[in-house]
Design a protein around this ligand. Structure first.
Ligand code: SF4
Ligand code: SF4
Length: 487
């Protein structure tokens, strides 16, 4: 059994970060150097810049992404969606889901290794702080094992304080997506009691971020993330993964420089068993044991192995991006039933989402029947009463007008004193009463209610039913009334 202080060897039977006694092994992956590390770092910083910039960049008078929960408006790259348009999110989310399925079927866990916020912030922010304060991986492991001297206390405390500050900063940035930067700034200058909800939100978010990035780390990918657990059903032997070329690398073993035989005279493959690929792995696995669910596709082992191959004067790519078929020496097929189906679903989803977005108007309206009796009948008219709910999604007041296209010429309308002005981003409910002479009522019929702005830049048409009593009863009453009047 491994001692509590000793790291277990990566195995397929257990997670490396759990020792045999059940305690957590805190990983200190070594630094990798190479082209993928450089490209991932550039991508990571670009993504962090995008996350930071989105609440600042104005598009159409609002931040590029502003989920204004208080006003029940969602501003996405110039589109303003009211709460009533929330059904569009179904297409957006399912489109993203199909997109991720398609990318995973083609490129494996490229999202996890390159773009997931968990990887981006952990690798390019928190681990950089740790590296800066505590040194490289051997120095950090030595610090873990060292007794608690004043120097260790200071370094550990500084690291935790910096982690907490960064977590608070990210939590504030996260909040800015919901309240906007000016509102966030105002909140930061006011007493917490003035906005308890936001205050608690920020501190709970910061605490979760701190817990995750300071301690939990790769465990989130290994045991919590549902996407990671779905990999085995999304990919197949033709999907691009990061893998070890067993045919080329085995049998592995150390050997004198420049030779392919060991001291016993056995012919060896290209793997010199240096274990660099294991040391750099942020989830602690040995990729030479094959594709594993813990592999997040970070490509650190590719860079580590390429560096070793350069030193032993062998071609790069013993560990590389390839499919399992490619690693076995066969041809990788990009077009397969699953990639075709995912691509089709993605195209259909993108098409429907584009159409749905094109139907979004700068205003919304709903016409509902007033509570109570569905209709009223007096001596002259059959009357129906409705409530017209007007929603203005613009930043300027909008004056709404209403018409009843195609309605009978004798129909009268009251209640909607047009134009009805609705404040910027506001809502207003106005009554609408429509009356039809009882002699003209021939039964239930469809009535269109057309709502426009004064400039005529949009028209929203809502259909309602004009209802009344049985026309036969009305005619009977009319006859009786006429006979009574004649006597
Ligand atoms: S096996 Fe390689 S690609 Fe996978 S997580 Fe480890 S270092 Fe990253
Ligand atoms: S880094 Fe390359 S050579 Fe070294 S153990 Fe890993 S696969 Fe073998």
């Amino acid at each position: 059994m491994a001692s509590p202080g000793k790291a277990p060897r990566p195995s397929l039977d257990s997670v490396t970060t759990i020792r045999e006694d059940g305690s957590r092994l805190f990983l200190h992956p070594s630094d990798a150097r190479g082209r993928f590390t450089r490209w991932r770092r550039s991508t990571g910083w670009l993504l962090i810049a995008v996350y930071l910039a989105l609440p600042w960049i104005p598009v159409g008078g609002h931040p590029a992404v502003f989920l204004d929960v208080a006003a029940r408006r969602f501003h996405l790259f110039g589109y303003t969606l009211a709460f009533q348009d929330i059904w569009l999110l179904f297409f957006l989310i399912s489109g993203l889901g199909f997109g991720l399925f398609f990318v995973t079927a083609l490129l494996g866990r490229v999202w996890c290794g390159w773009a997931c916020p968990q990887t981006v912030f952990l690798d390019h922010v928190y681990r950089r702080i740790e590296r800066w304060l505590e040194g490289d991986a051997p120095a950090r492991r030595a610090l873990d094992a060292a007794p608690w001297t004043a120097g260790k206390v200071v370094r550990r405390a500084a690291k935790q304080v910096l982690f907490a500050v960064v977590s608070l900063a990210i939590a504030h940035l996260f909040l800015a997506y919901f309240v906007s930067i000016p509102e966030l700034w105002a909140m930061m200058h006011a007493a917490p009691a003035a906005h308890w909800g936001a205050f608690v939100f920020v501190f709970v978010s910061a605490a979760l971020l701190y817990f995750n990035f300071a301690w939990f780390r790769e465990q989130l990918c290994i045991v919590v993330c549902p996407y990671g657990r779905m990999q085995s059903v999304l990919i197949d032997d033709h999907s691009m993964v990061i893998g070890y070329d067993e045919k080329r690398g085995e049998p592995r073993g150390p050997r004198p420089a420049g030779l392919n035989v060991n001291a016993a005279g056995d012919t060896l493959g290209d793997c010199v068993a240096c274990n660099r690929c294991v040391q750099v792995c942020p989830t602690g696995i040995d990729i030479r044991q094959g594709l594993q669910i813990e592999c997040i596709g970070c490509a650190a082992c590719i860079d580590a192995c390429d560096e070793i191959m350069a030193k032993v004067k062998k071609p790069a790519g013993l560990i590389r991006y390839d499919s399992l078929e490619g690693l076995a020496g066969r041809v990788t097929r990009w077009l397969r039933p699953r990639t075709a189906v995912y691509a089709l679903l993605l195209l259909v989803g993108a098409g429907v989402a584009t159409w749905a977005l094109s139907t979004v108007r700068p205003a919304n309206a709903g016409v509902t029947r007033m509570a109570g009796a569905p209709y009223f009948v007096d001596e002259q008219y059959v009357r129906n009463q409705f409530l017209v709910r007007l929603v203005n999604k613009r930043d300027v007041p909008v004056r709404f007008t209403l018409a009843l296209p195609g309605s009978p010429a004798s129909m009268l309308r009251t209640g909607f004193e047009q134009p009805v002005e609705v404040a910027p981003l506001g809502e207003r409910v106005s009554p609408l009463v429509v009356r039809l002479p009882r002699t003209e009522f021939r039964g239930v019929f469809h009535l269109d209610v057309a709502i426009s702005d004064e400039e005529g830049s949009f028209t929203l048409v809502r259909g309602v039913e004009f209802v009344g009593p049985d026309p036969e009863l009305l005619r009977e009453e009319e006859r009786e009334r006429a006979e009574g009047g004649g006597r």
